[in-house]
Ligand binder design. Sequence first.
Ligand code: PLP
Length: 490
Amino acid sequence: MNQAADHASPLAPEWLAVPGDLNELQEPLWAAGVEKNASGEVTVDGLSVSELKEQFGTPLFVMSESDFRSRARAFKHAFDAAFADICGGVDVYYAGKSFLCTAVASWVAEEGLRLDTCSGGELAVAARAGIDGSNLGLHGNNKSDAEINRALDMSLGRIVVDSLDELERVAKIASSRGEVAKVMLRLTPGVHAHTHEFIATAHEDQKFGLSMAEDSTEEAGLSAAEEAVAAATSYASVELLGLHCHIGSQIFEPDGFAVAAEKLLGFLAAMQAKYSIVMPELDLGGGYGIAYTPVDTPRPPAEIAEAMAAVVRSTCAELNITPPRISIEPGRAIVGSTTFTLYEVGTLKTVRVDAPAGDEGQENVTYPRRYVSVDGGMSDNARPVLYDADYSAILASRDSDAAPQLSRVVGKHCESGDIVVRDVYLPADVAAGDLLAVPGTGAYCWALSSNYNYLARPGVVAVRDGAARLIVRGETEEDLLNRDMGVANV
Ligand SMILES: *Cc1c(COP(=O)(O)O)cnc(C)c1O
């Protein structure tokens, strides 16, 4: 096949290698059941991308239902097993904000998971899917009274309270209804993790959560977290279930979770002793990483679960407390890799780019970068713009023997930052009408999608046992005009 090294571009980032075979689906980017067929087309459970395009059009989110279910089960089983001797198992809350619709909510429930929401709208989806309120959590740093009331209407299993202000509001609303709200307190343990690193800070400068740092300006010096525990304990209309933290996203190493768990358990033990209470639950949040490119190396859930269990076990023993029931909130790690986005290629152009700085003796040399435009973009994947996120892509409608060429996959929006895949090697003969597949788009893509430039948001198709069904239909032009109240519709 291609002589990989000969085609390496000096413009490519250091981490990006020229694939040995451009036609191969690289592990571990793809959902189980995604393969290439004899004619070189990408298939899901045997359904080819050209059939999917024919039936549903592009752009399209293509999701494997069985892969979603097995990833959900994998988290539940791995954490249940690792924590069995500590607290009898773990409650896994799927973070609905990563991607939620009624089909997904019902799969989550069928696989024995619970569901986290963070708005009235997400609660509405859960209700429509028939999820029992006891299996739901509600997050958010600015819940409205209507959302709090809705949570109480639905007898939610937990409201995760984010501030002292909100604690008071929840207590008042519950009291006026003659009810008791089940509450967790979201704390900021001063641990921020991302991918391979975590940092620990004493003071928190972010909108979420109750600070665990002592307040040196007050005589008593109580942290906001302790004030909240004291207040929650004093309200008759509040049942304090326990503590919560969420330390970041796209995390590969378990050490940040371990440090956060230690800090929260230490605080939990101290509060239980000082206020003569029992907090039976501890939520360690989500943030488990996935592979967006071949250099990402997520760990299997069992490995993370065992590392976290070891810390919870030893810390509880040291503190001499009964371990609280542990819960976690994975979103991306369940849904992210289940889905790829299918695009059709349109306009192509190649530009010459100066040699990168530090390329000694190459000051006057330029290198080609090819722009491959697709029929979606930042409206269906905002993550490259928002977070500089990297993705990968493959020519999905056929095999090619052409040489690898450094390419940038871009959208069709009026924005030069409208990049889908910043750097990827694609066959040099990619042409208009070809289909491209971008893997790892299950989380925070559809969820963050917009109608920028009046593009209709794509649908989501779920494939199971070789059959495809729309779980969210794509928007039509009529949808786009529906809310426009100006010139009357005729
Ligand atoms: C976003 C979020 C999650 C899920 O994060 P992932 O990176 O998708 O696992 C879990 N808990 C809270 C509180 C969150 O805000």
